[in-house]
Design a protein around this ligand. Structure first.
Ligand code: ATP
Length: 324
C-alpha cells in the first residue's frame, strides 16, 4: 500500500483534527503518501481530494471542528454516487481509506467496501459515544465537559431563584452524555433512552427535596422516549401542581459539538488515528480502531453498527444513590 486518504464525515466532534493529524503524520512516518478528502463522502464524489504534508496538519491538534470539513451525502447512498467516488479514488491511486465518523459513516464504508473492496479503517468520531468497539468515542469527553460547565452555571441561577431546571443534552438515541453530565453536575434526576422513566418518580424526587434546597436539575437526553425537555417539563409541572415552584427549560444544543478538545479526546484521537494507519498496513479491511480497556482493538464495521453499547450499570445506580 502506497497511497491512502483520510476524511471526516457525519456530525463533527472535537478531536477530529487531532485524529486527522495523527493519520497524516503516521502515514508519512511509515513512508505512505496521504491525501485529504474534503466534506466526507460528498467530496469523494466531487473529487475534492488534496495531497497532505506534515505541515498541512500543523497547529490543529487543539482545534474543534474539522479542517477537512464534514458533510452528510445523500448521493453516496446511491450506487451511481459510490461509483463516481470509486472512480475518483482510483484516479488518484488511493488504495486505503481512514474514515473518521459515526455509525452512518461506517454503514457507508461497509457498503463501499463490499462493492469496490477498498480497505477502510474507521476512527470513532462522534460526541454520542454510541459505538460498540470502543470504550469512548472521540469528542465525547469534550461534549460531557461542555455540558457539565453549562449545568454548573445553570445551577448557580437555579439556586439563586429556587428554580427547577430541565436541561436537554445531545446523544441521539444514547444516554451517555446525559448520565455522565448528570452525575458530574449533581443532577436530581437523569432521563435516558436506555431505560424507561416513570415521570411519577421524577415528581416524587422533586417533591422530596430537602427542606433547605428548592432548586433542582433534571437532565433529559434528547432521545428519551418521554419527549424533549420542554414536553417533560410541562408534564411534570402539571403533576407537581405547586404554583410556588418555578420550572425552566434549557436546551444546550450545538455548543456540545464545539470547543477545544480535552486532553483525553486529543490522546484518544491521536491513538485511533495512528492505529488506523497501522491497521491498514497490517491488512485490516473493514474495521474500526477503538480503545477497549486501554488496548487498541479492531472491530468489524458490522459489529460497531449492529451491536448496542450499554450504559455502565454503576452509573445508573449512582444516579439513584446520589440524588437522595
Ligand atoms: P453522527 O453519529 O455524529 O451523526 P454519522 O457518521 O452517524 O455521525 P450520518 O449522517 O448518519 O453521520 O452518516 C454520514 C454519511 O454516511 C451520510 O451522510 C451518508 O453519506 C453515509 N451513509 C450513511 N448510511 C449509508 C448507507 N446506508 N449507504 C451509504 N452511505 C451511507
Amino acid at each position: 500500500m502506497k497511497k491512502i486518504a483520510v476524511f471526516t464525515s457525519g456530525g463533527d466532534s472535537p478531536g477530529m483534527n487531532a485524529c486527522v493529524r495523527a493519520v497524516v503524520r503516521t502515514a508519512i512516518f511509515k513512508g505512505l503518501e496521504v491525501y485529504g478528502i474534503y466534506r466526507g463522502y460528498e467530496g469523494m464524489i466531487d473529487g475534492d481530494i488534496k495531497r497532505l504534508q506534515s505541515h498541512s496538519v500543523s497547529n490543529i491538534v487543539q482545534r474543534g471542528g474539522t479542517i477537512l470539513k464534514s458533510a452528510r451525502s445523500m448521493e453516496f447512498k446511491t450506487p451511481e454516487g459510490r461509483k463516481q467516488a470509486y472512480d475518483n479514488l482510483k484516479a488518484h491511486g488511493i488504495e486505503g481509506l481512514v474514515a473518521i465518523g459515526g455509525d452512518g459513516t461506517f454503514t457507508g464504508a461497509k457498503v463501499f467496501f463490499e462493492e469496490f473492496g477498498i480497505p477502510t479503517i474507521g476512527c470513532p468520531g462522534t460526541i454520542d459515544n454510541d459505538l460498540y468497539g470502543t470504550d469512548y468515542t472521540i469528542g465525547f469527553d469534550t461534549a460531557v465537559n461542555t455540558a457539565l460547565e453549562a449545568i454548573d452555571k445553570i445551577r448557580d441561577t437555579a439556586a439563586a431563584h429556587d428554580r427547577i431546571f430541565f436541561i436537554e443534552v445531545m446523544g441521539r438515541d444514547a444516554g451517555f452524555i446525559a448520565i455522565e453530565s448528570g452525575i458530574g453536575g449533581g443532577a436530581e434526576f437523569v432521563m435516558v433512552p436506555e431505560t424507561k422513566t416513570n415521570l411519577d418518580d421524577v415528581v416524587k424526587s422533586l417533591k422530596n427535596n430537602r427542606k433547605n434546597r428548592f432548586s433542582s436539575i433534571v437532565v433529559v437526553a434528547e432521545g428519551d422516549e418521554a419527549g424533549n425537555a420542554q414536553t417533560v417539563m410541562e408534564i411534570v409541572k402539571n403533576k407537581v401542581n405547586d404554583p410556588s415552584k418555578d420550572f425552566k427549560v434549557t436546551t444546550l444544543g450545538h455548543i456540545q459539538r464545539g470547543g477545544n478538545p480535552t486532553a483525553r479526546d486529543r490522546v484518544l484521537a491521536s491513538r485511533c488515528g495512528m492505529s488506523a494507519v497501522e491497521g491498514l498496513i497490517a491488512g485490516h479491511q473493514f474495521h474500526m480502531a477503538g480503545v477497549v480497556n486501554q488496548e487498541v482493538v479492531f472491530t468489524p464495521f458490522a459489529d460497531c453498527i449492529g451491536k448496542t453499547k450499554p450504559l455502565i450499570e454503576d452509573h445508573l445506580k449512582l444516579m439513584k444513590i446520589l440524588s437522595i
